[in-house]
Design a protein around this ligand. Structure first.
Ligand SMILES: [Zn+2]
Length: 700
């Protein structure tokens, strides 16, 4: 069928082995590094095949920010009471906000210095979900009445996050531990909250009387605490599973008792006390407090963040959050070199290519796995294939191709080029042929869901070669993957990481091609069994852990990254390779083991769907998120007999509003029982969206 093409098969694709060996080590280490920038240096000198420029022995674990107890500040000095609405305000300040208010749907995030882990956790949550917010670091900036409202009818925020109760910090002048806000600022905040019906969430707080709580003992960051939702908590934390065990780890905190049940409700508790509570202050202000520390990397913090934000915004907010998992398996139909258990190195003399039995077992496993996922899930695995590997002149085994045909619609396919020739020095014609020859074969074989406009280039090559890019465009390519481990520092001209959350990059040499950043995992390209995976992992990370890990431990460690991506709502695809699909026994593969390890952890917390998008779908979401980040959306709740949501943007973008079902104004998608309306906005456009009175959630 393609006899002339086989001639192009040089040594290049076979040498992917040597490259990919380094690559898979490098990406694992750098992938971890990008998450561990704030960790202390370690003393690991694991030397296995690290290229010279790769930092040695970076831990293959998520970072741990130091979590400290809170030093109690004297709240008597921090005035927090206000007159009730309608009362005469002796200070004559903000309580004049009255009548039909205009409430900007924006969160005010208060930190002391901005280094508090809880502050970083809250900021990361708002960034990921896409909620408009403004930060104020009280050590550097004064909170004024004018910043909060116009004192007449305009409220500048709809909710407040206080990173740590009392915003304690070491005053650099006095050396004393004190609140970064003075009593007048606390009073302004309370006045504003009362006047504007703004809820206040304390991400990590001391359980004081101002929350209707009393302390019942503290714990340090080494103490594991397993907690559950109370009945009230189940109604408040709608995305978290009712029966979830919330595992607080690596975080200091306090247990509390409720001093006044008529004003304070426990939401999360363990056997020893209350860990999250809601409180209504005498002046009507609504407060929520978590008495356990958080950080952007801690599971419990990310698990709870969506419902924290949902409560703070009364269930309607700009932004959205989904769980995505999009694995891509490279090199289907090709063989590659494998890890040698005897020498503990990659061995080019050992070549392996999965068979039809492996592919069929994988397909069977995937169907079973899909059935275990929550309703609405769309989990799928994308197989990036090289058509040359289907030729019997290349591989005598015919079972793999037969199994691919038999699987039909049950497998999803994408382009990895005809013969895996590295495209860094390809001519336009060569690149065009590499892409389009494979498209022709895919169409001839009727490979399900294949589209020539999506490409995983071999070794992520060709992205800095203007000729190769032109050849890709000639063939209709719209999106390629980039490598998240290639940071700005490594390649300033065209980094492969996300410039911001869930955003990729238009290729700088050819902006018609969008680069979708893809995460590596520690499931190495050259392993197919638990034994080889574990041996390679231990060879690389033995010095870090100080011992060898078992296969179960390797899966447990590396699935933390997959869980982290899922919990964050990270949309980047994940990289795996054909050898990982081998049926090593009982229909199992190390790829399937990794996916299940991730999903099993996720499913203990959530029954929200796990979504897989095809590459151009991810590209579309990323481009939309990039435009959204740049369009300066302002959403304002306008009160009145017919309340409206007023949207303004300075540039064209699509604004997702969760908690709003307004099909006349945009597509409404329901996820985990909540609607999100995607509203298309033009430059400098204003749209007024009528709201049902109930949907504002305001009861004043
Ligand atoms: Zn490949």
């Amino acid at each position: 069928m393609f006899p002339s093409l086989t001639a192009r098969r040089g040594v290049a694709w076979r040498s992917l082995c040597a490259f990919a060996m380094r690559f898979s080590v490098l990406v694992s280490i750098l992938g971890a590094l990008s998450l561990t920038a704030c960790m202390a240096d370690d003393d690991d000198h694991s030397s296995h095949q690290h290229p010279g420029h790769v930092p040695q022995g970076t831990p293959p674990e998520l970072p741990r920010l130091q979590s400290k107890p809170l030093t109690r500040l004297d709240t008597a000095k921090l005035a927090r009471s206000t007159a009730r609405m309608g009362d005469v305000d002796p200070t004559g300040s903000i309580e004049r906000v009255s009548g039909n208010r205009r409430i900007t749907q924006k969160v005010l995030l208060l930190g002391a210095t901005g280094t508090e882990p809880a502050y970083l956790a809250a900021k990361a949550a708002l960034d990921r979900i896409g909620v408009p917010y403004r930060t104020l670091l009280a050590a550097n900036e004064t909170l004024t009445d004018a910043l909060l409202s116009d004192g007449i009818s305009q409220c500048h925020f709809s909710g407040v996050i206080v990173a740590t109760s009392s915003l304690g910090y070491v005053n650099p002048t006095s050396g004393a531990w004190e609140s970064a806000m003075d009593p007048a600022e606390w009073q302004s905040l309370a006045d504003f909250e009362a006047a504007c019906s703004a809820r206040e969430l304390t991400w990590y707080g001391w359980p004081g009387a101002e929350y209707g709580l009393a302390p019942a003992g503290g714990f340090d960051w080494t103490t594991p605490v397993d907690a559950t939702l109370t009945a009230a908590g189940k109604t408040q934390f709608v995305r978290v599973r009712d029966n979830a065990t919330i595992k607080y780890r690596n975080a200091a905190g306090y247990r509390a008792t409720i001093t006044n049940p008529s004003t304070t409700t426990a939401l999360v508790t363990d056997a020893g006390g209350v860990l999250v509570a809601a409180h209504t202050a005498p002046d009507g202000r609504e407060l929520m407090i978590s008495t356990v520390d958080g950080s952007p990397y801690l599971t419990h913090s990310i698990v709870l963040e969506y419902d924290f934000v949902r409560w703070l915004t009364r269930g309607m907010f700009v932004g959205k959050k989904r769980a995505y998992m999009t694995p891509q398996i490279d090199d289907l139909f090709l063989a590659n070199d494998m890890w040698n258990l005897a020498t503990h190195t990659n061995d080019p003399t050992v070549q392996f290519r999965i068979t039809g039995t492996d592919l069929t077992a994988f397909s069977t496993w995937q169907r079973g796995f899909q059935q275990r996922l929550p309703a609405g899930s769309s989990f799928d695995t994308w197989l990036a294939f090289n058509g040359m590997g289907t030729l019997t002149s290349e591989y005598s085994d015919t079972t793999l191709l037969a199994a691919a045909r038999t699987a039909g619609n049950r497998l999803s396919w994408m382009n990895h080029t005809w013969d895996h020739e590295n495209l860094d020095n390809a001519t336009r014609a060569q690149a065009r042929a590499e892409v389009s020859d494979n498209c022709r074969l895919a169409n001839q074989m009727r490979l399900a869901r294949f589209n020539c406009n999506e490409l995983v280039s071999p070794d992520v090559s060709g992205l800095n070669n203007v000729n190769a890019l032109a050849g890709m465009v000639d063939s209709g390519v719209l999106s390629v993957v980039s490598d998240t481990s290639i940071t700005e520092a490594i390649r300033p001209s065209n980094p492969g990481n996300n410039p911001s959350f869930n955003v990729g990059r238009a290729n700088p040499l050819n902006p018609r091609i969008y680069q979708v950043p893809r995460h590596p995992t520690s499931i190495f390209y050259d392993v197919s069994t638990p034994e080889t995976e574990t041996d390679e992992y231990n060879t690389i990370y033995r010095n870090y852990y100080g011992r060898d890990l078992s296969y179960a431990e390797v899966l447990d460690k590396d699935s933390e990254f997959g869980l982290y991506y899922l919990l964050q709502g990270d949309i980047d695809p994940l990289m795996f390779h054909q050898a990982n699909l081998k049926n090593y026994g009982n229909g199992r593969s190390i790829y399937g083991d990794w996916v299940e390890a991730v999903a099993n952890k996720y499913l203990t917390y959530f029954d929200a769907p796990i979504l897989t998008l095809r590459q151009n779908g991810i590209s579309g979401e990323m481009q939309a998120r990039g435009k959204f980040n740049a369009c300066n959306v302002t959403a304002t709740l306008v009160e009145g007999l017919a309340p409206t949501l007023e949207l303004r943007t300075t540039a064209g973008c699509v604004v997702p509003v969760t908690g709003l079902a307004a099909s006349s104004y945009g597509a409404v998608e329901t996820y985990a029982g909540e609607p999100t309306t995607s509203i298309t906005m033009g430059a400098n456009q204003t749209k007024l969206i009528p709201l049902a009175t109930a949907s504002t959630g305001l009861t004043r």
